[in-house]
Every structure is written in structure tokens, then in C-alpha cells.
Design a protein around this ligand. Sequence first.
Ligand code: PEP
Ligand code: MG
Length: 588
Amino acid sequence: MSKTETEQEIIYEGIAASPGIAIAPVHVVARGFSAPEVYEITEDQVPRERERFSHALEITKRQLIELRDRLEELSGDHESEIFEAHVMMLEDSSVLNKVHNAISSRLQNAEFAFYAVMQNFLEAMRRIPDTYLRERTSDISDVAERVLRNFSSEGDTRISAPDDKHILVAYDLTPSDTASMNRRHVLGFATEQGSVNSHTAILARSFGIPAIVGLDGAIIDIMALSPAIIDGYAGKLILHPTKETIEHYRQLSLEKERVKHSLDAMRGAATQTTDGRALTVSANIELVNELALVKRSGAKGIGLYRTEFLLLNGDEIPDEQRQAEAYSRVAREMSPHSVIIRTLDAGGDKLPVEPLTETEPNPFLGWRGIRVSLARPEMFREQIRAILKASAFGKTAVMFPMISGLAEVHESKDMVRRCMDELEKEKIPFDRSLPIGIMIEVPAAAICADILAPEVDFFSIGTNDLIQYTVAVDRVNPHVADLYRPTHPGVIRLIKRTIDAANENGIWTGVCGEMAGDIRLTPLLLGLGVEELSVGPQQVPRVGQAIRSLSYSECAAMAGEAQQARRSQEILDMSMELARKHYPDLLD
Ligand code: PEP
Ligand code: MG
């Protein structure tokens, strides 16, 4: 993050995660441990806030000492020393001074000042290469959480979340926070954590909420209710914007609206290139309530229905009947277009399917996607039966995530076959010829695409994960975001290899990762031979118009050259050149 200051306007630069402009006051929510609200105090309240802080520290120390004594009585060993170390943390003068300073100079309430200082401190600790020190972060979190709890034993002076339109600023947001956001009130959001390909960012784009992520360290400075602008195109959060800045953004917003209206006029038009190659532009959805948006977008079907938001958002996984109702509704409403329902992709940065007994050191390489489904056959069976039931109401396909090899494909298909037999016996209607596809998102699957292609009806390339696994760059880690390059020659080769294997086996290949919605890359994907692009509903009109502006033969020639390129930037430049030539107005 960089920060530039004029008289009173402050600009924070992060990573643009979802395009759009929002102008509204900020509301800060602090997440992580205990998530206290932030509110502004007056100068006169400074001594009182300091007193509240000391009081919370005192109570915490007393509790820790009691715990130590109790543990000593019970076990008599060294375990109790841990609490002594915790007490010492509460006496660390550098932390105490920072909190006192934040209270008096930023006029922040004590619990938020403490929270923000501790978040920064923890973040710094997490970056220390020393494993022992890094592991102490959970101890520090524990103590911090205890202190925060001890604030709340007194009268509640916190402000409540505003009902009015606002910009949300948070340390981090989970995908389910984003999914449950009140979209009428939250005009945009900015987080310190996260990256463009996190599910939080993907949801923001689906919902059309302007968003910025990776505003490293900004939250500590931001005061609730300050007027602000989110520039989701450039990744800027502007606090206390001047009149000129506000006017500039109002104009920009109008211009973008104009482009949007002209795209709307083309909605539903065929998406084929100037030389007649047809591509399907379909939409990705996470929630059934996005259907209206999808239909308005002119998408020709759903290329990826991420069912994890239906399955994991409540207290328990919905039963077969409830799942069947949701899937059938999507199939019915999208008819005559087809709907590709992806089976549960739990894990990674999404919620786990059940509480894990221990945290996974590498969740993205862990218990995720099809691995979870195959390990929980009863849950998998219910989902497959529900998908099959939906296939009676409209064109439906099933797709499996995180496939790494043939055995997983065989096991998954066996489940589909068994469920088909069951439904047949039960005389429940379904589509026997329901297409079965797999995500190509693990490099091994792309490399072995020739082995997998004869087994399935289609491939859908999940570039979000394919890039992360190929380049070994965590898709949600802002510290390595620079290395996350969709046009890395390694990635392009894997995409090409996948398409070639599909063509040799007479099946089609789509792309449903975020790369599909990036119109700078449409010439490249088109030229490589992709036949379907499944994108966030907001991107559908733009991607459609990009396709209509391009010539397939020109793109194919460029993609051929791109395969010889040695650097990501070169490949990006080649694709950009055609994008600029054919649709400069569409580019942000
Ligand atoms: C992908 O990995 O590209 C993809 C579409 O799936 P998800 O983002 O849900 O992991
Ligand atoms: Mg994926």
C-alpha cells in the first residue's frame, strides 16, 4: 500500500478487485478476534478511554494469574508458565504506548485502538521466518481476544452498523460475509487482506459491488463515517475527497454507465466473431438469488454453479430435497439454456464441510473439492441425486472440482451411475444423458488431459486454481499477488494442452476462472480454441461484445505466436494489442 496526502484528502492504494465507483461514508468493521466496532471519541473522552483500556488489562491479568494458579495446583508442571508469558505480553510497553497514542491522536475508542495495534503486531509476527516466533501468534491472539472480551463487561457505547448507504472497510471479509452483505446499504468495500482471486473478490464482482483488497495497514488510520470514494477500477480508497475529486468520479461513473447502457442494447445478441466462430458466454453463480441478474445479463446458460454457498452457509448441509428444489429452480429458470452444477468444492478459502480437528497447514493443497465428496459418500450421493432430479426440469450437467487424476473421475462417475440406477428404480424422472464434466484446475489434470478426456463430456478450466497451483502462488495472499500471472507461459501451455486433448477426443473446453471475464485476455483464450467462457454476470455483456468485435483467425494467429513467447508480459501485450485495436472503449 502506498499513501499520498494532499490537504485533507488521503488516497490509499490497494488492489482493484471489483470495478465500479462508490461514494459514501465509511463504516469500519474490525474482524478477526472479537471484532470490536470503531467509533470516534472527543478529546475529553481520552482519559476515560485510557482508563477503560487499563481496566480491561487489569481484569485480564487477574484472570490469567488465576488460571496459572489453578493449573499449577492441578498439574504442578511447567504448563502454567504459559500464562506468565501471557501476562508479560500485557505489560509490553511498546504495545501499550501504541494503544495510548492511537486513543489520543486518532481519537479512536480504546478497544478498537487495541485491536488495530494487535492486528498489525500479529501481521508483523506472521512474516517472521522463525517458526517458533511465528507460532506464538496464536498465543498473542488468545490474549488479545481475552482483553477485548473484558472491555465488553461495561456499558455499551458502540455505534451500530449504519442502515444508510456506506462503504465497508474491514481487516478481512470471508466469502460468506460478502454473500450475506446487504447490497442496498453496502455500496463498496475495502479490505486490508485478500486478493483479486479470493472468493470474496469473485463475489463482489458477481454482485457488482466495487471493491479493493490488499489495503495493507490502512484500517488503523481510517475513522468511521469519514466521507470516502472507492475507485474499484484503479484500486483506490480516497478519504475526505475534495469537491474536484468527487466531481471527477461522478463524471467517470456516468461515462461507465453510458458504456453499460450501450452494452445492454446488445444483450442476447449472438456471440460470434466477425469471421463466424461462435462462442458461448455463460455465467458463474454462487447463489440462486443471482438468477435475475444472470437473465438480465443475456448469458446463454450457467457455466459454473458454485454449490458450496448453498451447502455450507447454514448450520447444516441442506438435505437432498432442499438441494433438489434449488437446483431445479435454476434449471427451470435458465431453460432452454444449460446449467452446469459443480459438486461441492469445500475447503481452500471456502468453508470446511465439517469442523476440522486440526487446522490444515496448506488448505489449498488439503481436504478440498472432490476429495471431500469422495470421503463423504452419503453427502455426495445426496448432492448427485439432487442434481439428477433437477435434470428433469431443464438442461443440466454435473461437474467435479479439483480432479487430479483418473481414479477420482471413475469414482465420481460410479456415484452418478449408482444414483441414476436408484432414481430409475424409484421412478423419479431425470436425464439419463446428463453430461458429466470436470474442472481442469490441478496441473496434473491439465498435463494428463489426454487420459481424462475420453472419460468425460467436457472440460472447464478453472484458471483461478490452475494459475495458483502451476505458478505456486497462493491466490488469496496479497504478498505474492504480483506473481499471480494468468499469462504465464506455463499456464498458457497447460490451457493449450487441455484444449488439444479435448479436440482430439471430440469434447468441448470452457474456461470458468476469473481469466474468462478479463476482456484483455479474450483474444488469447479465443485464439487458443476455447469454446465457452463462463464469467460473473456483470461481465457477460462486455465479454460478449469483445467476442463480437474480434476475428477468430487473427486471434488464432496471435495465440500461435504467444505460445512461443517467453514472458508473461509479452503474452499479455500481444492479447492487449488486439483488445485495444478492436474494442478500446470496453477496456477499463
Ligand atoms: C477456478 O478455480 O478457476 C474456479 C472457477 O473455481 P473456484 O474459483 O470456485 O475455485
Ligand atoms: Mg477452483
